[in-house]
Design a protein around this ligand. Structure first.
Ligand code: G3P
Ligand code: CA
Length: 273
């Protein structure tokens, strides 16, 4: 029986909560990540950006306009200014939200620092992995990576014994950003995100030193043979953002290693977990 369970595990993709349980709760908030952990997600995905005063915060867009009641670029605002904003009220309130919104818990929907997210994970009471995506405005030239390593170090996560054991991985559309991370910490796993397949990499190779490919679900749908090539080249494949049941089936069929989704509970259910 034990072997059967292990076997099933090996062939069931990891379920990664994209921006937290972001279908139910406002993306990149403590509320969304708490919900993802409750839902049983294996890992959490977050985007990180630097504030004007050098803090890493979890925000997807360059500006805060879409996901808060404020305006302006994250990089032009200080953490204290961001902390005065509400990152929850933009989310559709017409429907009954699937998370408990307690207005008295301001922290649940205020700006989330990566530090606070790492604390949440440390307190989860079970293994919860983290896939951090560096958003990388060129003006910061390496500072995002430097701050990220510094913060990971404080949590003892910056230099795992082996990549396989690492609970943290760094993802980016920028090969240069990943290169910087690997140069500083060779055992920290890196994921090369792809929105399209560049002709240079069509044969299934990845930028030097990268072991994990992060194609969009659109690439996977349109070019399943490319996924086979990546796997044959010995790479893991992590796919984003997989919200449709047919796409979950396709990922299982193709032996995808991680499914990044806004709906971790629904995907886990579909996988029989
Ligand atoms: O997980 C990768 C995916 O999040 C990349 O796209 O725009 O959602 O950050 P985006
Ligand atoms: Ca992302």
């Amino acid at each position: 029986h034990h072997d059967a369970v292990t076997h099933a595990r090996q062939h069931s993709p990891q379920v990664v909560a994209h921006r937290g349980a972001s279908e139910d709760a406002p993306e990149h908030t403590l509320a969304a990540y708490r919900k993802a952990i409750e839902d049983g997600a294996d890992a959490l995905e977050c985007d990180v950006r630097l504030t004007a005063d050098g803090h890493l915060v979890c925000v997807h867009d360059r500006r805060v306009n879409r996901t808060s009641n404020g305006r302006g670029a994250v990089s032009a605002l200080e953490l204290a200014e961001l902390a005065a904003l509400d990152f929850g009220s933009w989310k559709n309130r017409d429907e009954e939200p699937d998370w408990e919104h307690r207005p008295e818990d301001r922290e649940a929907t205020s700006v989330l620092t990566l530090e606070r997210l790492l604390e949440l994970i440390a307190d989860a009471g079970r293994r919860v992995e983290l896939a951090v995506e560096t958003k990388h405005p060129t003006r910061w030239a390496g500072q995002v990576e430097e701050r990220l390593l510094h913060l990971l170090k404080r949590f003892g996560l910056d230099s795992p014994a082996t990549a396989q054991e690492s609970p943290v991985r760094v993802m980016s559309f920028s090969a240069r950003s990943l290169h910087r991370m690997r140069a500083a910490s060779p055992t920290l796993p890196t994921v090369y995100l792809m929105q399209f397949v560049s002709p240079r990499l069509r044969d299934g190779r990845l930028p030097a030193g990268v072991r994990i490919a992060g194609p969009s679900i659109r690439i996977v749908r349109n070019h399943p043979a490319y996924v086979e090539r990546l796997k044959r080249a010995g790479h893991q494949v992590h796919v984003w953002t997989v919200n449709e049941p047919e796409d979950v089936d396709l990922c299982v069929e193709l032996g995808i290693d991680a499914i990044i989704t806004n709906r971790p509970r629904a995907v886990l259910h579909q996988l029989g977990r």
